[in-house]
Design a protein around this ligand. Structure first.
Ligand SMILES: Nc1ncnc2c1ncn2[C@@H]1O[C@H](COP(=O)(O)OP(=O)(O)O)[C@@H](O)[C@H]1O
Ligand SMILES: [Mg+2]
Length: 380
């Protein structure tokens, strides 16, 4: 495919912060952006050339989007895959394609895909009935996790199971037609790798980073992860394999568990820019967002080399207020970059922004700066 020339129009399904940061990079390369999202003035809507305000299953709106754009992408994986299929039927290229989307939308299909690709995953069992639940108890065992196959995010739709009572109760509470039982693995670290692949089949991987979650929401990413070189290499190799098997066009985040014996298991994949890749905005010449835009527009990919030790921390809402105070103190440290997503309401646990510290010396220094900075911010 010929590259999309600057001035061409990129469509995005979904108007959150991932779309917003992708748009900044698309604009840098001279593209125009149209977003489809039901909320007027959403984070991405604030910075695009045009927003189509409609729900993701609004066929007329999807047809409008197809008409206006040369290529279309999505920024969250819970967009209805039928919407993406319709765009494809209308002759529009959607990257990553509807196949990649469907795989990542269903934890069971995803695990099957990963296993088929030769990548390690925690033992799992598909649970669609009480009888399946009993089989899973026997075959996979405890401790386990029962997760809804679809619709879950930030730890929603999953329960940890220690015994049969937990399992039956979780089955009733989750009350979902498609569930997956996973063996709860003991890990040393959670890692992730962002990889990018373009239409020519060129692949790049960013270094594996360590992710620390608090209450199932990403709190901090440390780049690069402190791990032996062969673990780094293996993590990147896994991500590359997934990109190839998925015939990915765009970027993909791959979440992994590093076990005590240095085995790596893949937890889940997200065929889009990923929260754990935000540090690339400052730490790499070509950020994950620019990489995504390059890949979907048929351009060569960019450098993923690190310029220093980077630590990213998320800034979550608390419910205490919608204005953020303290920026003037935070920015006294010139090694910090702050990103706020322009969301009007800072509800508790909502992702409102992030900050990244870049140290030429050490991860510990970057981490200290990032935490010190975040502590100075307050919702008022
Ligand atoms: N099989 C597992 N073993 C151990 N911990 C797990 C397992 N699955 C999930 N977790 C923990 O729960 C977190 C959220 O689970 P995940 O499957 O990534 O769902 P989400 O879509 O909500 O991010 C993971 O980051 C990890 O800390
Ligand atoms: Mg996850």
């Amino acid at each position: 495919m010929n590259p999309i020339l600057p001035g061409g129009v990129i469509g995005i399904l979904g108007g959150g912060q991932l779309g917003r940061m992708s748009t900044f990079k698309a604009k840098q390369l001279g593209y125009k952006v149209v977003v489809l999202d039901p909320t007027p003035g959403c984070p991405c809507g604030q910075v695009v050339d045009e927003q189509i305000v409609a729900s993701f299953d609004d066929e007329l709106a999807l047809r409008q989007l197809a008409e206006k754009c040369e290529v279309i992408t999505y920024e969250f994986e819970n967009v209805d895959s039928r919407a993406v299929e319709l765009l494809e039927q209308l002759g529009r290229k959607v990257f990553p394609d509807s196949q990649a989307l469907k795989i990542s939308q269903n934890r069971w299909a995803e695990k099957e895909f990963l296993r088929r690709s030769g990548v390690g995953v925690a033992d799992f069992f598909k649970v669609a009935s009480l009888a399946d639940l009993e089989t899973a108890m026997q075959q996979i065992g405890f401790p386990g996790l029962l997760k809804t196959a679809t619709g879950g995010y930030d730890g929603k739709g999953q329960v940890v199971l220690y015994n049969e009572d937990d399992a039956r109760q979780a089955f009733a509470t989750l009350n979902h037609p498609a569930l997956i039982w996973e063996k709860k693995v003991t890990f040393v670290k959670e890692l992730s790798v962002i990889c990018g692949r373009n239409q020519a089949g060129e692949i790049v991987t960013y270094p594996a980073v360590e992710n620390i979650h608090v209450e199932n929401i990403l709190d901090m990413s440390l780049a690069p992860a402190e791990a032996p070189a062969h673990v780094q290499a293996e993590a990147q190799h896994i991500a590359r394999t997934i990109a190839e098997q998925l015939k990915l066009v765009g970027v993909c985040g791959v979440e992994m568990f590093l076990l005590p014996d240095e085995t790596i298991l893949v937890n889940e994949i997200a065929p889009r820019p990923h929260n754990s890749g935000h540090y690339t905005l400052e730490a790499c010449l070509c950020s994950q967002f620019e990489q995504h835009i390059r890949a979907i527009c048929g351009l060569p990919l960019g450098s993923t080399d690190l310029k220093g030790y980077a630590v990213m921390v998320n800034i979550l809402g608390t419910g205490a207020g919608n204005r953020l105070a303290g920026l003037e103190q935070v920015l006294q440290n010139s090694q910090l970059a702050v990103h706020l997503y322009g969301k009007s309401s800072a509800a508790a646990r909502r992702k409102m922004g992030h900050l990244t510290a870049l140290s030429p010396h050490s991860l510990a220094e970057a981490r200290g700066w990032a935490l010190e900075a975040r502590a100075k911010l307050k919702w008022v």
